[in-house]
Design a protein around this ligand. Sequence first.
Ligand SMILES: Cc1cc2nc3c(=O)[nH]c(=O)nc-3n(C[C@H](O)[C@H](O)[C@H](O)COP(=O)(O)OP(=O)(O)OC[C@H]3O[C@@H](n4cnc5c(N)ncnc54)[C@H](O)[C@@H]3O)c2cc1C
Length: 357
Amino acid sequence: MKLTGEQDRQNSADVWVLAEMTGGALHPVSHELLGAARRLAADRGCRVWAVALGSDLSDAAASLIAHGADGVILVGDGRLQAFNDELECNVLERLVRKYRPEIFLGAATNRGRALIPRLASRLYAGLTADCTGLAIDPETGDLLQTRPAFGGNIMATIRSGGFRPQMATVRPKVMQALPGDRTRSGMVVRESVAPEDALHIKQILETIERRENTVNLSDARIIVAGGRAMKGPEGFALLESFAQRIGGALGASRAAVDSGWIAYPHQVGQTGQTVQADVYIACGISGQIQHLIGMQSCKTIVAIDIDDTTPMMQLADIAVKGDLFAVIPEVMKALDRAGVRRAPASTEADTEEEEQC
Ligand SMILES: Cc1cc2nc3c(=O)[nH]c(=O)nc-3n(C[C@H](O)[C@H](O)[C@H](O)COP(=O)(O)OP(=O)(O)OC[C@H]3O[C@@H](n4cnc5c(N)ncnc54)[C@H](O)[C@@H]3O)c2cc1C
């Protein structure tokens, strides 16, 4: 929506987060978006609202408020059980025109990628997809949306100053979620699907979920990743035994994937997966921006490289200067000597189960 004057600008308020529901449960990216929204709202001096669309939203509001929402708009309707981009777009367009958010954040997931550009074009608003950084301009209050551009060769900061809402999508695992705080309270507003929202749209008759045997790095707590320095598939065999030894998953740089040493689902980075592991061990990966984008939110970064001036070695919490073909076998021997038992692969789901026990 184009702003026509200062009054128009003042009528827009608040940061909105579109919560993503998958199979009746909140996708973790919704909490990550709320974490980002809270920081923006603190700088902007406004509130955070989450919007959730689905058929069963019984637990959604409490979880969204605990993770940072000041208020939640729930649209519960059986027709929203399966993802229908046309219907969700119609509902959201109506709500945005009614409440006029200043900023609208969504997830750069398959669903978000289908829905949010459609909504942005309906609203005649700008959209910056796959942002890696979001901030408020202290002078204008506009949203500064940072993302890689020109094939990842530069980081561009984009603003849509004259249009509202300012819309951005963020990939899962890029932003940090806040710890859930069940003592927080917030407002819950219930909206419904209006008759005109459901007119002349496609009907979903059946949803078939395709489960492929892909590598799910995004839930791994430990990732051991190799780059060009692995020299070939044999190098990755060494890395795989190291990863198995410490209960980690196997990642790779694009250089290694393009060389055919490891399959694409293992690739981390701008054109691969985005990860947020507890520990990321980069072995012979120089740390070009396209790789860092995919892993820089990991909690502890360990780098092994013969060159200590690389971006990855500079970024690392623990930088080991040395030949990885000497360092990794030494580490495995040291684990054996110390009697450290072989660890099973662990994921975030395991952590949640452990926490619930
Ligand atoms: C549009 C676009 C998208 C891209 N997307 C991605 C992406 O998603 N993911 C990604 O990873 N890249 C991506 N890239 C490529 C990226 O720019 C880099 O080329 C790539 O990440 C480099 O991989 P690397 O670090 O393994 O190799 P290099 O940059 O060659 O680094 C190899 C490192 O290994 C070290 N080394 C060598 N021998 C040893 C040894 N024996 N022991 C220890 N260290 C050693 C070297 O000192 C060096 O630091 C993209 C590029 C473009 C243009």
